[in-house]
Design a protein around this ligand. Structure first.
Ligand SMILES: [Fe+2]
Length: 250
């Protein structure tokens, strides 16, 4: 049987309910991390060593408000390239990608899909293969979506990102979200189209009404997390490297 070259690991930070993804081409020995969390840094380094993988890229799907990114620390330790999507205010990154840009990792091609709405710098990453996979950040969650009430969020943009972009992907595409609060790990485009309550709307105004009814509190320390993440996770606060939020931010 032919060995599968694509390795994917879903890693969880239980304080922020955030998922981080390790994607690797095991033949090439190359890996990338999507949405790494500062507090989990040592876990990533250990896992990369165990799997004998060189970290080529560390990528944030958007500037996070609920946890501190590990991008800067990973770059310092591994020499990896750090990336975020335009128009991110994460000016610390080595490179910005745009809609349809390809992130090449050995034989693996990840296509950036600009999916604004949760924030204006939100991207999804699409891996087209025998079994297509999309990493949706906070744009599309399992039976949910990201909120749109800060960081230049827009329910209108989110509606377009969901209906014009993500739901146009093949039905059997696996959805790997940026968070889950119920312990669900993955879904598919078809399953979300049928069962996600926020995808049963007919207009962006309906989606906006649904999101408005949630009356979500702001992430407690977003005023710290966002400025820190604009510097790839560097913060001058005591106890930095912190990952301090235990509430549901989405
Ligand atoms: Fe977010």
């Amino acid at each position: 049987m032919k060995e599968n070259k694509i390795l994917i690991r879903q890693l969880f930070d239980r304080k922020s309910f955030a998922y981080t993804y390790l994607v690797a081409d095991t033949h090439a020995g190359l890996a990338l991390l999507i949405d790494p969390v500062s507090e989990k840094l040592s876990n990533y380094i250990e896992l990369l060593a165990e799997l004998k993988l060189q970290l080529r890229y560390a990528v944030d799907t958007h500037c996070h408000a609920d946890h501190i990114t590990a991008l800067g620390q990973l770059r310092d330790i591994t020499g990896c390239e750090t990336l975020a999507g335009e128009p991110s205010e994460m000016t610390c990154v080595d490179r910005f990608f745009r809609d349809r840009d390809i992130l090449q990792l050995g034989s693996i091609a990840l296509r950036a899909i600009y999916t604004p709405g949760h924030t204006d710098d939100s991207y999804s990453l699409f891996l087209e293969s025998e079994q297509s996979i999309v990493f949706t950040g906070d744009t599309l969650l399992i039976r949910g979506t990201g909120r749109t009430d800060f960081q230049n969020g827009s329910s209108e943009a989110l509606y377009d990102s969901l209906f014009d972009k993500l739901l146009k992907l093949p039905d059997n595409t696996i959805v790997f979200p940026g968070h889950d609060y119920q312990g669900l790990k993955q879904s598919t485009i078809l399953e979300e189209r049928k069962s996600n309550p926020r995808l049963q709307v007919k207009s962006w105004q309906e989606l906006n009404d649904l999101l408005g009814q949630l009356k979500l509190a702001s992430p407690k320390l977003m005023d710290i997390a966002i400025p820190a993440n604009k510097q790839c996770g560097k913060t001058s606060l005591p106890g930095s490297g912190l990952n301090f939020l235990t509430e549901k931010p989405i």
